[in-house]
Design a protein around this ligand. Structure first.
Ligand code: ZEM
Length: 288
């Protein structure tokens, strides 16, 4: 990535230290701007990184984080991407401050930074994505539909190249954030600490009793103890399916295993379809 700074003839080649500055700027904004949802933009940034990457199709090599085509309609208007303008807008001042970084590197770096800043594992990250134009937008329907079952989860995630264990680990990101009726139609947080990355989602899945919520919205589940939490039909599919459930139970018991396996699979997600020139990944320093 060469970037000519104003008036300078030397190409600017960013180093790990330059990317750490971008990380630090995102971390600073996360700490300062607490006027959102449960006090953090982190969850919606994780979702942006995931939706930018999860369009990947192994068979055709199309989609994925390379390109940042969600900047453009029609992709920005896909139903699954409702609400993600908030995350893209949050990152605009970071892009303005570090104009040499591509949007596709910035969005994925912000996802990695948010996982770390919210108490999750280190997410080794490498640069090299390039932004593409509107013609590279992916067709609608590549991201999963929460109303469906385990067959749909396997269809969508195996198209990206993931196995059962990786699918369960990835969906463990639902420890973070919440659903919004004006975005997906679903409503509520998955756990009691939606701004802390942990295995709480898995613990609640196995330890709590989940009933159908009686309401006017789409079919979702609510916890018997407090009726304040929610699970999507696809989340409940993780305990209905025998093989998925074995991983849910393992992660519920072993947070270290979850952190390790989540980090590996999130790295893989953010890199799907990217023609990297370098093997080297950077492990960013988490802020205090
Ligand atoms: Zn989610 N996700 N997701 N997810 N997701 C939502 C929110 C968040 C599915 C899904 O339909 C939904 C993964 C997998 C899957 C996050 C991260 C990751 C919401 C609520 C829905 C409906 C949106 C709203 O209303 O704001 C389905 C069906 C999935 C697979 C079967 C994976 C993989 C993720 C990351 C690795 C995060 C962090 C959120 C919370 C966003 C927020 O704004 O708080």
């Amino acid at each position: 990535a060469y970037f000519y700074l104003n008036g300078e003839s030397k190409p600017f080649v960013p180093t790990q230290a330059d990317y750490q500055k971008v990380y630090d700027e995102i971390a600073r904004k996360l700490a300062d701007e607490t006027d959102y949802d449960d006090g953090s933009y982190g969850p919606v940034l994780v979702r942006l990184a995931w939706h930018a990457s999860g369009t990947y199709d192994k068979a055709t090599g199309t989609g994925g984080s390379n390109g940042a085509t969600m900047r453009f309609a029609p992709e920005s208007d896909h139903g699954a991407n409702a609400g993600l303008k908030i995350a893209r807008d949050f990152l605009e001042p970071v892009k303005a401050k570090f104009p040499w970084i591509t949007y596709s590197d910035l969005w994925t770096l912000a996802g990695a930074a948010s996982i770390q800043e919210l108490g999750g594992p280190v997410i080794p990250w490498r640069p090299g994505r390039e932004d593409k134009d509107v013609a590279a937008c992916t067709p609608d329907g590549r991201l999963p539909d929460a109303a469906k079952d385990q067959r749909h989860i396997r269809d969508v995630f195996s198209r990206m190249g993931f196995d059962d264990r990786e699918m369960v680990a990835l969906i463990g990101a639902h420890a973070l954030g919440r659903a919004h009726t004006d975005r997906s139609g679903f409503d509520g947080p998955w756990d009691f600490s939606p701004t802390v990355f942990s295995n709480e989602f898995f613990r609640l899945l196995v330890e709590e009793k989940w009933n159908n919520r009686k309401w006017n919205g789409p079919a979702q589940f609510t916890d018997k103890s407090t009726s304040t939490l929610m699970m999507l039909p696809t989340d409940i599919a993780l305990i209905k399916d025998k093989n998925f459930k074995s991983h849910v139970e393992r992660y519920a018991k072993d947070n270290d295993a979850f952190f390790k396996e989540f980090s590996d699979v999130f790295v893989k997600l953010l890199e799907l379809g990217v023609p990297f020139k370098s093997e080297e990944r950077y492990s960013f320093k988490t802020s205090e």
